[in-house]
Design a protein around this ligand. Sequence first.
Ligand code: NAD
Ligand code: G6P
Ligand code: MN
Length: 441
Amino acid sequence: MKKFHVLIVGGGSTWTPGLLKSLCVRKETFPIDHLTMVDVDEKRQEVIGEFAKVLFKEEYSDLQFTYTTDLEEAYEQPLDFVFVQMRTGGYAMREKDEKIPLGMGLIGQETCGPGGFSYGMRSIGDMVKLVEHVRATNKDAWILNYTNPAAIVADALKRIYPDDDRILNICDQPENLLRSYGRLLNRDPRSFDPVYFGLNHFGWFTHLYDESGHDLLPELRQLILDGGFRPVDYEQRDQSWLDTYAMVEQIVRDFPDYLPNTYLQYYLYPDKVLEKLDPSHTRANEVMNGREKRVFDACREVATNQSTAGSTVVHNDAHGEFILIVAESIAYNRGDHFIVMVKNEGLISNLPDDAMVEVTASLTANGPRPYAVGEIPVFYKGLIEAQYAYERLTVEAYLENSYSKALQALTLNRTVVSARKAREVLDELIEANKDFWPELR
Ligand code: NAD
Ligand code: G6P
Ligand code: MN
């Protein structure tokens, strides 16, 4: 069995320990002989890297493992798979992305609205650098990207590298939703055959077939209406995520056709969500005081003890497992079904061909073979077209250094609407992102 060369970009991510544990759990089904982690932040990389050494000594002793901060050296070594989960500007910039809009009464969120715009304008440059360097020496390596805002990153990379068919942008939220449906229905989520359409963080499940072809969606909808909705791992979630999942009930009550992605709450009820968001303590603060502290403290402890025994950080979570089962489906041409981002090209027949849509696909060694969805009803089409125009104008603003396209993008975003507010928030974001964005003229 071939053993793979794998690179993790953003090795200092809070999700890395979970991914590393998943690598250990799946070492028979996805065997690796060389693993490198790279991060621009030496301290973060060192803490997770030293944790990894202990974990691998215990569970993956034949693995050749290194970590580094030298991006070019990491990108240009021989590679089969590159797993990407970087955050340009770190949580410090996430905090600004959330707080600047909230300060003016607009949604402040990691990937939605002006926050997502701000983050997108930072992510594109580092992602392009990655693709350039990886492709200089690795024509065939698979680049599996989690980096957010994945919708903007996917659109930008498709425009810049239209012929590169080995970049796959993925999101764990549809997978998290499937697992949550599984818990509610008391069924194995991998047995589901879902039909899904939309853009990343902006989509709906239309059907959820079981092994016999029976659609479970009507029963699921009723369960949600009767008893609400929680994430599969609700015992471990912060309150803000429980609130987000709980909003699914409201969305289903108002728009009962399909089951929504949780991120739609920001676009459909910005006023209601705003009442819950605290401009002085946002999700970035919650993560920095919560997950980030927990993960880094636990990793330091493992390194000090030279043992993972009893450590809470060592678990095979959905995020890590998902990227690996995706990689396995590609590596062995298995054609398993996943919800991923692909170029529309008629899949959703009444949406633009060049939009990067999120749909179910069979994942093969030659990439995703997506399933057509057909025509979607006018309400969903209208919502998606405006969001797609926002995403496209964001990418064009970046590529063309265009202030006016940035202003158009933000005005089109359902969380903004007012052109006056769009200009106000854009000007503040430009100031905050001086070290990251291209100059907009
Ligand atoms: P994090 O800040 O803990 O980790 C990101 C790491 O990337 C940091 O250690 C940072 O130093 C590093 N980094 C920044 N710029 C880099 C660059 N140019 N090259 C290499 N490393 C770089 O963030 P996190 O919360 O763990 O999330 C990591 C990323 O994964 C984010 O982009 C997040 O939005 C994304 N994410 C995506 C999904 C999805 O569904 N697509 C799910 C979870 C997380
Ligand atoms: C989900 C989404 C990701 C997002 C993450 C944020 O997994 O699919 O795209 O980055 O949630 O989680 P956080 O806990 O950092 O707010
Ligand atoms: Mn996501």
